[in-house]
Design a protein around this ligand. Structure first.
Ligand code: PMP
Length: 408
């Protein structure tokens, strides 16, 4: 890893330098970026500047200040569209997060499903990309087929092919939040589209870690969450290819999503506004645009290179810990590593690390079926971001050596 780069990125994260014990040079180690990323100062500044200077609700009202809010909101949409490689800002819907985006899609295609249609997801989906589809399957009678994994925790392409070919809807994660697996989504989407399926990609764990181009992926829908990409909580993106978005039924109704309403009739606004019922999250969108600008200034390739080098370093260091077992050994891995220690309960391991100021996630990571399928109750998961460096990994590995020593 390039220590200079990560040091520069670290400088911009106030939370890393804020601690109750200012005497400790590095009081805590943050290894939970897959749950949520820490916020760079320019994003905090953009939020503060918005609240300090802007007034007026976006998308409604003609006074100058309301118009200015609308401009800021629409400009953030254009930034997001460019970042994701969308053809048109109208293909970007602001949501509350990935979960919200997936629910909008699953709910919005319900009336288009016919008897005999099948829905396909994978065995590594987060509950956000599982439960809405399961509910849809139950409501429509459509079978829900699950793509199996191989022993490394990768999608089994051969087993996937026939299921993808016959599907009406295919929803897959680009990167597993548990195993770190990077799925060949462009290839899987192409297979699914040949059979005429509508394709949905969960990009929650990918957008902050590698360059994403939704048109190159070829998917109909793509979702992600602001708070996992250095942005604010409470905001996310739903990309929909124009035709797919236009065919989606709006399931949330209210102000701002229609052009005319009578007691008996409603005319929906054009995309994307028809999916944004209610007062829009303007400050959050402005903050998210600042986060995108921050990532672009760092460079997506530079971020990916940094995290890949760090992941390789971490895997190597972890292999020196006695009794450490990796959960998932995908050949293409993002900045996520799940593991356990022989003879030590994962939650006890989490406590041991927490007491040493090491923040990582222990649990089943909102993916109960996957973790159960692996025969586990929980895993410990270390995940990285721009600001993670070798020192963070060294602290983790040192604490793991101590835990391994004690549990013997
Ligand atoms: N999908 C994946 C792969 C995730 O990792 C997460 C967050 N853990 C989500 C969806 C849901 O994101 P959010 O809670 O921000 O809606």
């Amino acid at each position: 890893p390039d220590a200079g780069l990560s040091a520069r990125w670290r400088q911009e994260i106030p939370a890393l330098h804020h601690d109750e014990r200012p005497d400790a040079p590095r009081a805590w180690v943050y290894l939970d970026s897959a749950a949520t990323t820490l916020t760079p100062q320019p994003v905090i500044d953009a939020l503060a500047e918005f609240y300090a200077t802007e007034t007026g609700s976006a998308g409604r009202g003609g006074h100058q200040r309301a118009r200015r809010s609308t401009e800021r909101f629409e400009s953030a949409r254009a930034t997001a569209a460019t970042f994701l490689g969308a053809a048109d800002p109208a293909e970007i819907v602001f949501t509350r997060g990935a979960t919200h985006g997936l629910n909008l899609v699953a709910g919005g295609i319900k009336s288009a499903l016919k008897p005999g249609d099948t829905i396909v997801i994978s065995a590594m989906e987060h509950h956000a990309n599982l439960l809405p589809w399961r509910a849809l399957a139950e409501a429509t009678g459509a079978p829900l087929n699950i793509l199996p994994l191989n022993e490394r925790g990768e999608l089994d392409r051969e087993a996937a092919a026939p299921l993808l070919a016959g599907a009406r809807v295919v929803a897959l994660t680009q990167v597993s939040n548990v195993l770190g697996t990077v799925n060949p989504v462009a290839e899987l989407v192409a297979m699914a589209r040949q059979g005429g399926a509508l394709t949905v990609v969960d990009g929650s764990q990918s957008v902050a870690h590698r360059a994403v181009d939704v048109q190159a992926l070829g998917c109909d829908f793509f979702v992600c969450s602001g708070h996992k990409m250095y942005g604010p909580t409470g905001v996310g993106l739903l990309y929909g290819r124009r035709a797919a978005l236009e065919a989606l039924e709006p399931v949330e109704l209210g102000g701002g999503m229609m052009t005319s309403v009578t007691e008996t009739d409603v005319v929906f606004a054009e995309i994307p506004h028809r999916f944004e019922a209610g007062t829009p999250p303007v400050a959050q969108a402005v903050g998210l645009a600042a986060a995108i600008a921050w990532m672009q200034a760092a460079g997506m390739e530079a971020l990916q290179r940094h995290e890949q080098a760090l992941t390789a370093y971490a895997l190597n260091e972890l292999s020196t810990v006695k009794g450490l077992e990796l959960v998932g050994t995908p050949r293409e891995r993002s900045a996520v590593i799940s593991f356990g220690l022989q003879g030590l309960d994962a939650y006890a391991l989490g406590d041991h690390l927490d007491r040493r100021g090491i923040a990582l996630r222990v649990g089943s990571h909102c993916a109960h079926p996957l973790v159960r399928r692996l025969g586990l109750r929980a895993t410990a998961r270390a995940s990285f971001g721009a600001y993670t460096d070798r020192h963070d990994i060294d602290r983790l590995v040192e604490a793991l050596h101590q835990a391994a020593e004690r549990s013997r």
